[in-house]
Design a protein around this ligand. Structure first.
Ligand code: URP
Ligand code: ZN
Ligand code: ZN
Ligand code: ZN
Length: 502
């Protein structure tokens, strides 16, 4: 017997507790095998001194885009996962994206497996982006997907090459009801956005800032209410991804108050950045392109504040990065979105980088100081334990408890990092050439990251010390619902009315 590794002298934080200093973590065969006081040492036990810092479960980032065809200059699995571990994230869930012309999803899933296998520093899973949910896929291939551990799908209500109409969304929701996969939805009204985009373009308004004008809050608001209604009708849990605005979030809150199983996600960009960032600088009028993402950055600090409230009060189940960057300076020397001499925001690939900065940004506001916005436990829920539960990794990821994978982040004792850390592109590990959080100060940073008991990040001694062979594909189980109940009555329907058809 004896432990391979003991982590000592830190303060362990889980989704429910902040444990007393002195409690140690014993690791054996890549798993946490004991959490307690005075764990026995043998001559083969390696001791890791947390130096009085906080210890949290490895981050679970359940929304990253790696190696996708529509981000040709973005991160692949190697650069994206390297960036993940350097920021304390040990599990990512990326996407395998079906093309609209494909009537089967099997080759596309194989393609993404090939892109990830032996190329990831952290553990990974896939959600399936469904752009053409044929009856055959929904009836037979989704069963196979679930058996293979791909237990969630993402649907788009916008973007011409990806969007589904309501009838298709309902087909997927009915299949989810039968098969038990989790449905994520990108909720923005596509036709509203197209109308505004065409009219802006005719008037010559094509600078990056007009991206924000073309996707007003009402587009997110309407689609959010619509998808909640479709989920209520069919009695299926959903998760609305990357929410950005107060009005839309209120629909989620209201649905949750009625005990509907409606989940939501927000991301760092919607807590910290405003649409003014889409305006170029004096030196570079096009620089706003760096901050083009959808939904767009909002105009009003009140929206940032509303997202913070949703973080604190439980409206959001998941805080993910939506890491979906493209290089600002592409290889031909042309800037992203610049076609010839004409620039139009329409051609700027959507998405910002953030897999590495996600945990440090939120951790800076977690705790009991007067400027804190959430508890340490809530930080762990949002960044690790609830995404793990939501996407079928409960019992494996997202907790510091016996039987879980030994995925552990050790933060600095703040006495050892009095100045905090200033976020700088030159210090980050992704493959793209900018961060939208440049110059922002965070209070702390992961000093050490362990993946299944192996040290993969040591900020003071070598940085990335893991290997691309370390990350394993995660065959996920079905997600556990973390809010709401199913089987409730529908607003305005007679009790039991749905039983006639559902
Ligand atoms: O702007 C974004 N969010 N791009 C990534 C793709 C998506 O919609 O998640
Ligand atoms: Zn999306
Ligand atoms: Zn995304
Ligand atoms: Zn480095």
């Amino acid at each position: 017997m004896g432990f391979d590794l003991i982590v000592t002298n830190g303060i362990i934080v889980t989704a429910s507790e902040v444990l007393s200093p002195g409690i140690e973590i014993g690791i054996k065969n890549c798993k946490i095998s004991c959490v307690g006081l005075f764990l026995p040492r043998t001559e083969n036990t390696q001791i890791i001194d947390a130096r009085g810092g906080y210890i949290t479960p490895g981050g679970v980032d359940s929304h990253v885009h790696f190696a996708q065809d529509n981000c040709p200059t973005g991160d692949d699995f190697t650069t994206g996962s390297r960036s993940a571990i350097a920021g304390g994230t040990t599990t990512v869930i990326a996407f395998a994206s079906q093309e609209k012309t494909e009537t089967t999803v099997l080759p596309c899933v194989e393609k993404y497996h090939t892109r990830a296998k032996d190329q990831s520093y952290c553990d990974y899973g896939f959600h399936l982006i469904l752009t053409n949910p044929t009856p055959k896929i929904m009836a037979t291939e989704m069963l196979l997907m679930i058996e293979q551990g791909i237990t969630s799908v993402k649907l788009y209500m916008t973007y011409e090459p990806m969007k589904l109409g309501d009838a298709q969304v309902l087909d997927v929701l009915m299949a989810a009801r039968t098969l038990g996969f989790t449905t994520m939805v990108h909720a923005e009204n596509s036709d509203m956005i197209s109308l505004i985009t065409d009219r802006l373009e005719s008037a010559g308004h094509t600078a990056p800032y007009f991206h924000a004008i073309s996707r007003p809050q009402i587009a997110e608001n309407e689609a959010t209410y619509r998808i909640i209604s479709l989920a209520e009708l069919t009695d299926v849990p959903i998760l609305i991804v990357h929410m950005s605005s107060e009005t839309a979030m209120k629909h989620v809150r209201k649905a949750q108050t009625r005990m509907l199983p409606i989940h939501a996600e927000t991301c760092p960009q919607y807590l910290f950045l405003l649409s003014e960032r889409l305006k170029g600088t004096h030196e570079d009028a096009f620089e706003g392109a760096k901050c083009v993402c959808s939904p767009p950055l909002r105009h009003d600090p009140k929206d940032l504040e509303a997202m913070w409230q949703g973080i604190a009060n439980g409206t959001f189940t998941v805080f993910s990065s939506d890491h979906a960057p493209s290089n600002y300076h592409s290889s031909g020397g042309k800037k992203l979105g610049l076609k010839g001499d004409v620039m139009s925001y329409r051609d700027i690939p959507n998405g910002v980088p953030g897999v590495e900065t996600r945990l440090p940004l939120l951790f800076s506001y977690a705790g009991r100081e007067k400027d804190s916005r959430l508890s340490l436990q809530r930080f762990v829920q949002l960044t690790s334990s609830d995404p793990a539960k939501m996407y079928g990794l409960e019992g494996v990821k997202g907790n510091i408890a016996v039987g879980y994978d030994a995925d552990i982040v050790i933060w600095y004792n703040e006495k050892d990092l009095e100045e905090g850390v200033t976020i700088q592109q030159s210090e980050l590990h992704h493959g793209v050439d900018y961060t939208p959080f440049e110059g922002m100060k965070v209070k702390n940073w992961p000093r050490l990251t362990f993946l299944r008991g192996k040290k993969v990040w040591d900020r003071d001694n070598g940085g990335v010390v893991g290997d691309v062979l370390d990350g394993k594909f995660l065959r996920r189980g079905k997600g556990k619902i973390v809010v709401g109940r199913t089987g409730g009555e529908v607003n305005g329907m007679l009790p039991g009315e749905r039983d006639f058809w559902c």
